[in-house]
Design a protein around this ligand. Structure first.
Ligand SMILES: Cc1cc2nc3c(=O)[nH]c(=O)nc-3n(C[C@H](O)[C@H](O)[C@H](O)COP(=O)(O)OP(=O)(O)OC[C@H]3O[C@@H](n4cnc5c(N)ncnc54)[C@H](O)[C@@H]3O)c2cc1C
Length: 209
C-alpha cells in the first residue's frame, strides 16, 4: 500500500524538534492518541497524502501520563508512528483524519502533496516505531539512548542520505540545463555587424552571464 512520510508541519519545517503534533499514551486502552493541537501543527507538504496514501508515518511528540504525580505528563520528544489514513478497501478517508490537497506547485506535480490534520485518532501500541524508544504496557518509557537529543539525532539520521541525494540530483539537473542552454546559445544567431552574417548569441556578454 502507498504510504506517506508526515514530518513537516505548517509552522515547523527545518525545526523538526519544534513539532507540535502529539502522540499521547492512553494506559487504559493501551493506545496512542494522535492529535493536531492547532493550525500551525497541521502536517504540510506531505507527499502521497492528498490522493494516494493509505498510511502515514507521523512524527509527533510522545506524551506519557505521569503515574502518581497529580495528573501531569512527560514530553519524551519526537517519535514516529504508523497512522492509517484511508480505508484499505474503499479508499475513503478514515474518521478523525482531515486531508487537503496542497494544490498546484511550480514543479513535481506528479507527487500529490497534501495536508493532514488529526482529531484524537487512536492507534494501537504496535504502531509506534520503537527502535529508539518504547513504552511498556504500564506506561514506562525505555530507550537505549540516554537523552532526547540523542534519540532525535538517531531518528533523523536516516534523512541525511536523502538530503545528500537531493542536493546531488539538483546539481545533475543543473548541469543538464546549462548544457542545453550553452548548446542552444551557440547555434542560435541574432544580429551581427552590418552586411555580415548574424552572430551566435553566445558571443554576447550578457548571454554568457
Ligand atoms: C515539493 C515538496 C515536497 C515535500 N514533501 C514532504 C514530505 O513528503 N513529508 C514531509 O514531512 N515534508 C515534506 N516537505 C517539506 C520539507 O521537508 C520542508 O519544506 C523542509 O523541511 C523545509 O521546511 P520549510 O519549507 O518550512 O522551510 P523553513 O524551515 O521555514 O526554511 C525557510 C528558509 O529558511 C532557511 N533556514 C531555516 N532555518 C535556518 C537556520 N537555522 N539557519 C539558516 N537558514 C535557515 C531554510 O534553509 C530555508 O531557505 C516537502 C516540501 C516540498 C517543497
Amino acid at each position: 500500500y502507498p504510504g506517506c512520510f508526515a514530518m513537516t508541519e505548517l509552522h515547523h519545517g527545518s525545526n523538526v524538534q519544534g513539532l507540535q503534533t502529539t502522540a499521547t499514551f492512553d494506559p487504559v486502552t493501551d493506545e496512542f492518541v494522535i492529535n493536531t493541537p492547532n493550525d500551525g501543527a497541521i502536517k504540510w507538504w506531505i507527499g502521497n497524502a492528498a490522493v494516494h496514501g493509505k498510511f502515514a508515518t507521523v512524527f509527533a511528540r510522545l506524551i506519557l501520563p505521569l503515574q502518581g504525580m497529580g495528573g501531569g505528563s512527560a514530553d519524551m520528544g519526537v517519535h514516529a508512528s504508523i497512522v492509517p489514513i484511508r480505508n484499505l478497501k474503499t479508499h475513503s478517508v478514515l474518521p478523525g483524519i482531515e486531508i487537503n490537497d496542497c494544490g498546484h506547485k511550480i514543479g513535481l506535480n506528479g507527487v500529490d502533496n497534501g495536508a493532514l490534520r488529526f482529531h484524537s485518532v487512536r492507534i494501537p501500541r504496535d504502531n509506534l516505531l520503537n527502535r529508539f524508544g518504547d513504552v511498556s504496557r504500564d506506561g514506562k518509557y525505555t530507550s537505549s539512548l540516554p537523552t532526547i537529543n540523542k534519540r532525535f539525532a538517531a531518528t533523523l539520521g536516516e534523512l541525511v542520505g536523502g538530503r545528500v541525494g537531493l542536493a546531488y540530483s539538483s546539481v545533475g539537473v543543473l548541469k543538464i540545463a546549462v548544457t542545453i542552454a550553452v548548446r542552444y546559445s551557440l547555434l542560435r544567431q541574432q544580429f551581427g555587424p552590418p552586411k555580415q552574417p548574424e552572430v551566435s548569441i553566445l558571443d554576447y556578454q550578457s548571454q554568457q552571464h
